[in-house]
Ligand binder design. Structure first.
Ligand code: ATP
Ligand code: MG
Length: 611
């Protein structure tokens, strides 16, 4: 079929706006209210932007920032992104787009051990596929936190000189014991009273590789009695001899995440730093650090502010990179892009569209308290997206042959009659449905379940003496079946009623109660169809420290050989279809080939889970 299937025209070019919903149509939420209030008050109008991240002096040379707000998505490149990250991506990029801002893609690669370019590339692909570009231009490079190591070091020296940081040589155990706990204030380290000059000398020795890994750390000097344990002199630099993928062996000291992150945000002139709720307790340190560094004139004012929202918890799904990695490495799934995985690559291979994930993110909204979203909400978003857009086609998943015993007599021996149906029964405004072409002959494939020798009450499909329509073809009358020695049905027998072809004047001359799907034996094509179901049987597979492996669904994949109509056999990888009556399917983006079509079940036609 030469016409484009609209289900496959997903916006995947950077800069394309996949969501047609205007800003005004989106429901408000607390993040939108904060941004709108900041825009109204002009909180950030004095900011300047020098075209690239940098310190206060750098940005002072720039123009007033053309971006009204700056947000960021800062993944650690230590795994594949999942549906939870998709929520965060849609929030951060979506808010920037809606309010005339820019969203930064930044690799949070301050931890030297965990990065991998495979993950870096997969993250870039995922964000692009979701329909976003970053850093202000469609071909800008993502930012890398490791590019800021030089500034982070300089800032640490400035903190030391101002008396806000010290080198602590307590052992890890001593430090832990002296930190106190919720009911008990911490105890000052004996090294806390060192002079700035002593601390600076020590810190430089750390940097120069004169001390063992783990022998000392640089700590912020705040308040060992603070009710917030994160404010009890948190470690900000550690010694770690590791080769970094970007900076190589330049550094043997690395900043801690809690220190690095606020600085990354500030260097990039982020206005609204949005993160998940578990970082709420870190906010006082975030603010403390940026106050110190802006009052010292190192970083531009006003500093970014952090706001927390609830992470996505989805029933029947695990969203922890570590646990997803376990599924991959223990071969419970075929890889990160297994269509049962909640990774973005997995969802994409399963048949999810960028639009469906954006609608999902909008629908679940942004809240300040954790809750569980039902998996069917996600499925519903895909179903809605594909319903109007996906081309229809007939596929027989559990085939049995139907023989039209009078065909040769009434239609002519070996005759194949051409038939047509629209690919889109209800095309969206402005879309014209293409036509599918297929043929009917003496033998066709039908679903085994469409024949009953002894029909149950209310059964309307094939049983001896009953008439049905072969969809898009003729009315037929069932006469019986043939069986093998075991009693298994080998063929269903029927006669064709001539002059009843769909779309001809005689089509309505015979009334039937059912139309069944079918595929011609002459032009049907064998296809591998992968029938996916949820990966876990329990709604909260890893709740309360449960071993999630135990609730793996043993029937999450069933592979069948189906027979599909010719228009489906012409599918290209990633093309999505509705197999009539069965659900939405996608031509597998890895294994599908013209000679050997492979389709994945994306989502059923209606919510069948638990029914
Ligand atoms: P994981 O726990 O799966 O490893 P992470 O939080 O460590 O996830 P990062 O790469 O650090 O992964 O996250 C990048 C961004 O995505 C962060 O801002 C984080 O808050 C956000 N994020 C991660 N998981 C979710 C989730 N389930 N819902 C919403 N946002 C999420
Ligand atoms: Mg993380």
């Amino acid at each position: 079929m030469s016409t484009q299937n609209p289900a496959n025209t997903a916006a995947n070019t950077p800069g394309a706006a996949p969501s047609a919903a205007p800003e005004a149509a989106k429901p408000s939420n607390f993040l939108r209210q904060i941004i709108e209030s900041d825009l109204e008050k002009g909180t950030y109008t004095t900011r300047r932007w020098a075209g690239a991240p940098g310190d206060a002096a750098h940005h002072a040379q720039g123009e007033p920032d053309p971006a009204k707000i700056r947000t960021r998505f800062p993944p650690e490149p230590n795994g594949y992104l999942h549906i939870g990250h998709a929520k965060s991506i849609c929030i951060n990029f979506g808010l920037a787009r809606d309010y005339g801002g820019v969203c930064h893609l930044r690799f949070d690669d301050t931890n030297p051990e965990k990065e991998d370019t495979e993950y870096v590339n997969s993250i870039i692909d995922a964000v692009k596929w979701l329909g976003y570009d970053w850093n202000g231009s469609p071909d800008a490079a993502p930012y890398q936190a490791s590019d800021y190591f030089g500034f982070m070091y300089r800032a640490a020296e400035a903190l030391i000189e101002a008396g806000h940081a010290y080198v602590d040589e307590q052992t890890v155990e001593q430090m832990r014991a002296n930190r106190g706990d919720f009911g008990k204030p911490g105890v000052d380290s004996p090294f806390r009273t060192r002079t700035p000059a002593e601390n600076l000398a020590r810190f430089r020795e750390m940097r120069d590789g004169q001390h063992e890994d783990g022998s000392m750390v640089l700590r912020a000097k705040i308040d060992m009695a603070s009710p917030n344990i994160n404010m009890r002199d948190p470690a900000i630099y550690r010694i770690r001899r590791a080769t970094h993928h970007n900076t190589g062996d330049t550094w043997c000291i690395y900043p801690m995440y809690t220190y690095a992150h606020p600085i990354e945000d500030a260097l990039e002139q982020i206005t609204h730093s949005l993160c998940t709720l578990e970082f709420e307790d870190q906010r006082p340190f975030y603010d403390w650090l940026l106050e110190r560094l802006t009052e010292g004139g190192l970083l531009a004012s006003p500093p970014p502010r952090q706001y927390e929202f609830a992470r996505l918890n989805l029933t029947y799904v695990i969203t922890s990179k570590r646990k997803l990695a376990q599924l991959v490495y223990d071969h419970k799934v075929s890889g990160w892009d297994d269509p049962r995985m909640p990774t973005i690559v997995g969802l994409r291979r399963r048949g999810y569209t960028p639009e469906s994930l954006q609608v999902f993110a909008d629908r679940i909204g942004v809240t300040k308290s954790d809750s569980w979203i039902d998996y069917s909400t996600l499925e519903g978003c895909l179903r809605e997206d594909l319903e109007l857009k996906a081309y229809r086609g007939m596929a027989v998943l559990n085939p049995v042959k139907l023989v039209l015993t009078n065909w040769d007599d009434v239609m002519g021996a070996g005759h194949l009659e051409p038939c047509t149906l629209p690919a889109l029964p209800h095309p969206p405004e402005g879309v014209e449905s293409p036509t599918r072409h297929f043929t009917i002959g003496k033998e066709v494939w039908i679903e085994r379940e469409d024949f009953e020798e002894v029909p149950p009450k209310g059964y309307k499909r094939l049983f001896p003496g009953n008439k049905v329509r072969l969809k898009g073809g003729y009315v037929i009358e069932c006469t019986g079946c043939t069986k093998d020695a075991n009693g298994t049905i080998t063929a269903v027998l029927a006669t064709v009623v001539p002059d009843t072809k769909s779309g001809t004047p005689g089509a309505d001359s015979v009334k039937v109660k059912a139309a069944i799907t079918w595929v011609g034996v002459a032009d049907g094509v064998n296809a591998e169809v992968r029938m996916y179901d949820r990966l876990f049987l329990e709604a909260q597979p890893d709740a309360g420290g449960k071993d999630f492996i135990e609730s793996l669904n043993p029937n999450s994949l069933k592979v069948v050989t189906a027979i599909v109509e010719p228009s489906l056999a012409n599918a290209k990888r990633d093309d999505k279809f509705q197999f009539e009556r069965h659900g939405y399917f996608v031509a597998d983006r890895v294994d599908h080939r013209a000679e050997k079509p492979v389709f994945n079940l994306a989502v059923g036609l209606k919510d069948s889970w638990g029914k």
